[in-house]
Design a binder for this molecule. Sequence first.
Ligand code: S5P
Length: 256
Amino acid sequence: MLSYSQRSTLCANPTAKQLLYLMDSKQTNLCLAADVTTKSEILQLADSIGPEICVIKTHIDIVEDFDANLVAELQRLAEKHNFLIFEDRKFADIGATVQKQYQNGIYCIADWAHIINAHSLPGPGIIDGLREAGLSKRRGLLLLAEMSAKGALTDKLYAQKTLEMAEDNLDFVIGFVTQRKLSDNPCFINITPGVQLSVGNDTLGQQYNTPKTAINAGTDVIIVGRGIISAPDPVAEAKKYRRAGWEAYEKLKNED
Ligand code: S5P
């Protein structure tokens, strides 16, 4: 099995390269889902948990007191702690519309998010629309191939077709939001939500696997939200997830 940094040298997309490289150098495959609704909470999480993560994932539209300063501060903390910013916007419209949603409006996502994601449902035009706004800024796109929620419509055929769309767009698509590894192409980064230290679910359809199960299914990055942010000591909890994710990766690498 290639290491993250070996894979990094093979990738053309600068964001994919940077992410795989930083995961190995920082020894973390943990992404924090910072699903909180105020500026101060996001920045506090980013500063305190920043040293443990490779990516912070935001839902910028849930922040009640959003302003441009939040983005500037988040970028500063990303530099300080060496992590990337992933805006989990889940674009899902025609190319012309998502392009505006990506670069315009209040959030101007293209200006600050290294990584965004999109549903493959609308077909390849969604990638073309996002690429026109993002590639010149050296951004990367993840396609949602499989969702973690119970009853999701993302079956095997859907995931396979999503993979084919990604293969046709290797310059901009850097991987997938998925529950497992979808392809042997070392440049595709598999990112998996629905992760907690014990298997379970929430009351609204979310389903959880452990870090070890996710990494053993071939994923590269584990996304953890409430498992960390709802814990009494989020920093201590983040360290646990970081260790669990990294140990599972090292074990797989050494078995090879
Ligand atoms: O299939 C998915 C895709 C995503 S990006 N399932 C998910 O849960 N997510 C996101 O991951 C979701 O929007 C949330 O921000 C995070 C999971 O949060 P948790 O609190 O359940 O760990």
